[in-house]
Design a protein around this ligand. Structure first.
Ligand SMILES: NC(=O)NCCC(=O)O
Length: 384
């Protein structure tokens, strides 16, 4: 499997396909073509100087007589951890704050209204280990920890909603850890938080050693720029997880993630995009980048030899629209900022065309699932 040397699917297609074929391949792979955003030249200069990729795309909705376009710009940030995993905790957190601060500055010059960082962005994704320390020292309060205060300053300074996925320590309830995303209003006020509803036990993702499944349900946050929700990483494999955020009114669902090529790269382009189609909303898939090596080797008891890293986090962040179209992905091997302009009117327009909210038969499935989860349920199998 390719590591950092292989830039992206898009780059490979562009390099190897004749133009006419490339256009057809993109139409079939990515749906209706998104327009490239004209971002300020200073933003590209700053991105180049800051050594991260900057891409901008826009989705269109039809013009309506009674509703004005509801244009919103989202910013997706993918990044590697700038320091080795065995660097002191505070130094790593500080370096990541500075990195995100620089990228968010550029996002602000690009008119981003809502920015979302990757899963557990303030630390190496150390949940392959089971050693607790020093990794649990990256956990902090979702109400007044140093990262939340930092994000509140970003929100106020840039008039931007900030979605900050962190490792949360809930001091009010037994110092318990959670995989959490905090949503901060563009006023700087903390709107609330949401916790990862589905925790993986696959490959080296030993997160269940550190935290339980979320207990906050499917909150949707009403912001000045639309109704948003956060489906954290592994929750992207669970269609009902997306559905419940949509049932609660989400127009944009962010999917901050941390996942590696060998496990999920062929699924990555499908799941958030299918969720956008099925739920008549926009979805924003964000994955971290690079390789993180840990001081002590580990095994996950799956027969693989002991090793010291997860594998390659392949970035490839993208935005999908309710009509099934999507942006090209950011690269597999660079830090990056993906700016995408959405017209939220597209959600209802596609809903009126396809009608999945009308034809979803949710009451039927609610009844059938209520029966299926009962201990004495027997599957409805018709036999000869
Ligand atoms: N962070 C996380 O939940 N990863 C699990 C593996 C995957 O979902 O690809």
């Amino acid at each position: 499997m390719a590591g950092a040397e292989w830039e992206s699917l898009e780059q490979c297609l562009e390099k190897n396909l004749p133009l006419a074929d490339l256009r057809e391949v993109k139409r079939i792979l990515y749906g209706k073509e998104t327009r490239e955003l004209h971002l300020p030249s200073g933003a590209f200069e700053a991105a180049s100087k800051g050594d991260f990729e900057l891409r901008g795309y826009g989705f269109e909705a039809a013009e309506e007589q009674q509703r004005r376009p509801r244009i919103v710009r989202v910013g997706l940030v993918q990044n590697r951890t700038p320091l080795p995993a065995d660097t002191p905790v505070v130094k790593q957190v500080t370096a990541l704050h500075r990195r995100i601060e620089a990228i968010t500055e550029v996002a602000a010059t690009c008119g981003v209204n809502i920015i979302c960082f990757q899963e557990a962005w303030t630390m190496p994704f150390a949940f392959c280990t089971r050693e607790r320390l020093p990794w649990t020292e990256f956990a902090e309060s979702a109400e007044d920890g140093p990262t939340i205060r930092f994000c509140q300053e970003l929100a106020r300074k840039h008039d931007m909603v900030v979605v900050s996925p962190i490792l949360e320590r809930d001091a009010e309830h037994g110092d318990v850890l959670w995989n959490t995303a905090v949503v901060i209003s563009n006023s700087g006020a903390i709107l609330g938080k949401t916790r990862k509803n589905h925790i993986p036990r696959v490959g080296d993702f030993n997160e269940s050693t550190y935290y339980m499944e979320g207990n906050l349900g499917h909150p949707v946050f009403q912001t000045q720029f639309g109704r948003i929700a956060v489906n954290i990483c592994y929750g992207r494999h669970h269609p009902l997880n997306w559905l419940m955020y949509s049932v609660n009114g989400a127009e944009i669902i962010f999917n901050p993630s941390a996942t590696v090529g060998a496990l999920s790269e062929s699924l990555w382009p499908i799941e958030a995009r299918n969720a956008a189609i099925a739920n008549h909303c926009f979805t924003c898939a964000i994955n971290r980048v690079g390789e993180e090596r840990f001081p002590n080797e580990f095994t996950s008891g799956d027969g693989k030899k002991a090793h010291r890293d997860f594998g390659y986090f392949y970035g490839s962040s993208y935005v999908a629209a309710p009509d099934g179209s999507r942006t090209p992905g950011l690269s597999r091997n660079q830090d990056g900022l993906l700016v995408t302009e959405l017209d939220l009117n597209l959600c209802r327009q596609v809903n009126d065309i396809w009608g999945f909210k009308m034809t979803g038969r949710y009451e039927m499935y609610a009844q059938e699932l209520a029966e299926a989860v009962k201990p004495n349920y027997s599957p409805n199998i018709v036999k000869e």
